[in-house]
Write a protein that binds this ligand. Structure first.
Ligand code: ZN
Ligand code: FE
Length: 257
């Protein structure tokens, strides 16, 4: 298991920094900006060893060139990415070894077609899921279909409940406001709003979340629940909706929310 630290970037991105105890070597996930990473490395006397990319968007990749010019480290990322800075290409089911830790690659198209996640199993499982799964939300469908994103959510549901989920954006409060609109009776959503509000008021990240929490609060993980199905029926004014149609309706509602 890695110790994981957020480096804030732009207005609401987190660049996650991975490290093992007793080592100065670090990995960063989705460095959209090089400057805060370089500053963090210098301040802590850490050594950048590897870069991991989840998908091609600029806010996840724009810092790569400056970092690799400076540190000459490998850049792992999806094999089918339009981003040109990847040096080592990853595919579905592949295992990547970083300092003796195994990261399992899962292709999760939806937000983009090249999106992958990194999962580390063990006593404390950890998931780096980019812009696919957020606390109480999911990524916008820029390139993929509702069916693809629903498949990603279904996959995440199969991971251990105690998995720490490291999303790339601090969208939690906005997502929770939407989750509350979908499920006004869901007390776990209200509890999460209270907790996340406290954290944000003291300028702390609401992340990581866990798979257990997402199963309780995330409407995009709950498209098989009666309360979410009923909300989707109201939104679409239709009564016969399969799970994919429920998911698509909730996603469309969120786009307009
Ligand atoms: Zn993105
Ligand atoms: Fe992003």
């Amino acid at each position: 298991m890695f110790s994981v630290t957020p480096i804030p970037a732009f207005s609401d991105n987190y660049i996650w920094l991975l490290k093992l105890p007793n080592s100065r070597k670090v990995a960063v996930v989705d460095p959209g900006d090089a400057a805060p990473v370089i500053r963090y490395l210098n301040d802590n006397n850490f050594e950048l060893d590897v870069i991991l990319i989840t998908h091609h968007h600029y806010d996840h990749t724009d810092g790569v060139k400056e970092l690799t010019d400076r540190y000459q480290v490998p850049v792992y990322g999806p094999h089918n990415s339009p981003f040109s800075g990847i040096t080592h290409f990853l595919k579905e089911g592949e295992k990547l070894d970083i300092w003796g830790q195994q990261l399992t690659i899962k292709e999760i198209p939806g937000h983009t077609l090249d999106h992958i996640s990194y999962f580390i199993n063990g006593e404390q499982p950890q998931l780096f899921c980019g812009d696919t799964l957020f606390l109480a939300g999911c990524g916008r469908l820029f390139e993929g279909t509702p069916k693809q994103m629903l498949a990603a959510m279904t996959h995440f549901q199969s991971l251990p409940d105690n998995t720490e989920v490291y999303c790339t954006h601090e969208y939690s409060l906005a997502n929770l406001a939407f989750a509350e609109a979908v499920e006004p009776e869901n007390t776990d959503v209200k509890d999460a709003i209270n907790l996340c509000s406290k954290l944000r008021n003291s300028d702390r990240p609401t992340l990581p979340t866990t798979i257990a929490q997402e199963k309780r609060i995330n409407p995009f993980m709950r498209s098989d629940q009666v309360s979410v199905i009923t909300a989707a029926q109201k939104f679409t004014h239709q009564t016969q909706l399969d799970q994919e149609a429920v998911f698509a309706a909730i996603r469309e509602w969120k786009n307009q929310f």
